[in-house]
Design a protein around this ligand. Structure first.
Ligand code: COA
Length: 162
């Protein structure tokens, strides 16, 4: 897969250490990993797309082949328009499996020929994590220090003080 262009898409509101684990391992499997931030209004994000991109930028600064982009609309349209070869997904627990299978099978009908979805099992120590749970604990004053990169925590604190 080394000369392949890979996409890891999500809402990333905010990016967590679980996502970073998937990005680090995925980036070793391809020539370029695009982290695609979905402008997903249905999730009522706490952070703007630009804030989320900045959080990802500070967290992936040492990863040379990682690029950050954002998109609206169908994932498959982005994939086909941008010459993506592989779509990367992280599987946290068995509860993710059915949803991921449905999405991968629907997307497979929409992708150009040859595009594949690849799954990585996430770090078991972080399999309970989601962006929503981080936001809920943070907004209520709980400690999320070990759950998001330190640069992300600083940006979250900065926003909450505004
Ligand atoms: N570590 C920690 N958390 C993780 C994780 C990991 N490795 N993998 C997923 N999560 C969390 C996410 O943060 C998210 O948390 P939240 O619900 O609290 O925000 C949750 O698990 C679900 O993740 P995911 O399924 O990746 O949702 P998402 O909103 O981040 O991304 C898209 C989903 C972008 C891939 C999908 O909605 C999409 O493709 N949308 C475009 C529209 C489209 O094409 N629809 C048709 C699809 S067939």
């Amino acid at each position: 897969m080394s000369n392949r262009k890979m996409l890891y898409a999500g809402t990333f509101d905010p990016i967590t250490n679980g996502h970073i684990d998937v990005i680090r391992r995925g980036s070793a499997l391809c020539s370029e990993l695009v982290v695609g931030v979905l402008n997903n209004l249905s999730k009522k994000p706490l952070f703007t797309v630009d804030e989320r991109k900045e959080m990802i930028r500070v967290s992936t600064a040492g990863m040379g082949n990682v690029r950050i982009d954002s998109f609206d609309g169908l994932l498959a349209d982005y994939v086909n328009r941008n010459g993506i070869d592989v779509v990367l997904r992280g599987l946290r627990a068995s509860m993710d499996f059915e949803y991921e299978m449905q999405m991968a099978q629907m997307n497979a009908r929409l992708y150009d020929d040859g595009v594949e979805t690849v799954f990585l099992m996430t770090d078991p120590a972080l399999s309970f994590l989601s962006s929503s749970i981080v936001k809920e604990v943070f907004v209520m004053g709980g400690n999320v220090n070990d759950l998001v990169p330190s640069g992300v925590l600083a940006l979250m604190k900065n926003k909450s003080q505004k």
